[in-house]
Design a protein around this ligand. Structure first.
Ligand SMILES: C[S@@+](CC[C@H](N)C(=O)[O-])C[C@H]1O[C@@H](n2cnc3c(N)ncnc32)[C@H](O)[C@@H]1O
Length: 468
């Protein structure tokens, strides 16, 4: 480690920035987040908008005032556009013995400005000895995705309660355990969800020695492609103590679960309810009561044909805190992958999600007349088995037999298959292409648009296009 990272206290500090161009402006933007008094020394002119952006926050001074400004400065940054100004500024700063950063000249720097991740009280600085600032920035973006936006608010709350916690829990080991829970368990998740009062209450309860309960997140895993996982879902998977997941959650996503977490498959396949729904509720509640961070991971979005509503109700009825993290529904993933816009100004003014599920040999309980109207898209989940009935019923109710349809199996996965055709031939399309599911049926004019062919499919997977 050639450089030693340290954080300056900027209260009452004065800093000098040399330069009136874009580079200087970027540095001032960073410095203006602190409470430092900033003097910007300019040569001939200053970029339009620079002074206005920091009105009341910076003092702009000519070069003749550099000396007095440097005399009281904690450090200086040189970001001049002209070489002559750069050389002169360096010389002045050296005369006054002020630590110096010269933009893009690491060999002249006393210190470098790291790539900064700012979450209020929590600040991470990533440096590269000045040798690879772009790499430092990319490390920062990776960290950014992992750190919840409200980390700073949690840190602020913890800072405020610290003296009380110290008084309430004098034993150092017990205090450490308290903070582990407060900053990683339910109180933290409440703060991340923006419920700061509830987070504070949960910390106070734990301080008083109340039993520490866990928290449940019902998380949407998206349609399969791991890149379609939300940032929040990824964070929760990497923090969870236990994850209960469905059959439709792809193996790649299951692989992203924290290595030490328990992984419990509770998947249902058609006609095979491996863990009954009530038992899933009990498992979730029991794990949360043991104080665990529980993730219930579901394919697509938990609230779209995912029984998320029932699970949420059962968990909340048991007095357990629960949050829902939306996922990209397979309807959206499949449509994007196949290049089928679900709505279109000229072709589909409404969109309906329906389930094709029906009791064995039965007919899905749907409003066929309303679904048969033209210029709308009907997206059918769980409709492979009942596709012949669906096609018959829609045509009987007045939908044109040549209405375009798309069938997308394993959408967004490397095994994805897309099939395009017309409503009258839907059963044959499914049979001839051996579609077994999970598959989504898209019925409507939009499935027949010229670009609806997977040509704009999501990256990563291959698609097989079969036209009827
Ligand atoms: C129980 S529902 C769950 C839906 C899920 N909550 C969602 O928002 O996508 C299961 C049905 O979703 C559809 N499905 C889920 N993942 C799919 C995928 N990757 N490709 C095509 N259809 C999918 C199929 O119709 C499947 O039968």
């Amino acid at each position: 480690m050639r450089q030693f990272p340290a954080f300056f206290n900027m209260d009452d500090a004065r800093v000098v920035v040399f330069g009136g161009g874009e580079e200087a402006r970027r540095k001032v933007r960073l410095l203006a987040k602190t409470s430092a008094q900033i003097t910007v020394i300019i040569g001939k002119d200053i970029e339009p908008g620079f002074a206005e952006e920091f009105a009341g926050r910076i003092t702009i001074a000519p070069q003749s005032e550099a000396g007095p400004a440097l005399d009281v400065a904690r450090f200086a940054i040189v970001a001049c556009r002209l070489c002559a100004n750069t050389e002169r500024s360096i010389e002045w700063a050296r005369q006054y013995g002020v630590p110096l950063n010269v933009v893009d000249r690491p060999e002249l720097c006393d210190f470098t400005v790291p790539s900064i991740l700012d979450r209020g009280e929590i600040v991470a600085a990533i440096g590269s000895n000045g040798s690879a600032p772009v790499l430092a920035k990319s490390v920062r973006s990776k960290l950014e995705r992992l750190l919840p936006a409200r980390t700073g608010e949690l840190a602020e709350l913890a800072g405020r309660l610290r003296p009380e916690v110290k008084a309430a829990i004098p034993d150092a080991k017990a205090r450490r355990e308290f903070w582990e829970y407060a900053l990683n368990g339910k109180p933290a998740e409440l703060a991340y969800a923006g419920e700061l009062d509830a987070a504070e209450q949960a910390m106070r309860d734990a301080m008083k020695g109340s039993r520490r309960t866990g928290i449940v997140h019902l998380v949407g895993a998206g349609p399969g492609d791991p890149e379609l996982l939300t940032v929040k879902a990824l964070r929760l998977l990497q923090q969870a103590d236990i994850v209960f997941y469905d059959r439709l959650v792809s193996a790649e996503i299951v692989d992203m679960i924290r290595r030490d977490a328990d992984r419990v498959p509770v998947g249902k396949s058609k006609g095979n309810h491996s863990v009954p729904q009530e038992e899933i509720h009990e498992l979730l509640i029991r794990a949360a009561r043991e104080g665990k961070r529980v993730v219930r991971l579901k394919g697509g979005d938990p609230f779209i044909f995912g029984r998320g509503g029932e699970e949420l109700e059962a968990i909340q009825a048991a007095g357990i805190e629960a949050f829902v993290v939306p996922g990209i529904s397979s309807a959206l993933g499949c449509a994007a992958s196949a290049g089928v816009p679900l709505t279109h100004r000229d072709h589909a003014q409404s969109l309906t999600f329906v389930t094709g599920h029906a009791k064995k040999g039965g007919v899905p309980d749907l409003d066929w007349e309303s679904l048969a109207r033209p210029h709308q898209t009907v997206t059918v989940f769980m409709g492979v088995g009942t596709a012949p009935t669906i096609a018959d019923k829609l045509i009987e109710a007045g939908r044109a037999p040549d209405t375009p349809v798309a069938v997308i199996e394993n959408g967004t996965l490397s095994t994805e298959i897309q099939v395009f055709g017309i409503l009258a031939e839907l059963p044959d399309l499914i049979e001839q292409n051996a579609i077994k599911g999970p598959a989504l049926l898209i019925i409507g004019e939009v499935a027949g648009l010229p670009f609806a062919s997977g040509a704009v499919g999501l990256s990563g997977g291959y698609t097989q296009e079969i036209y009827a």
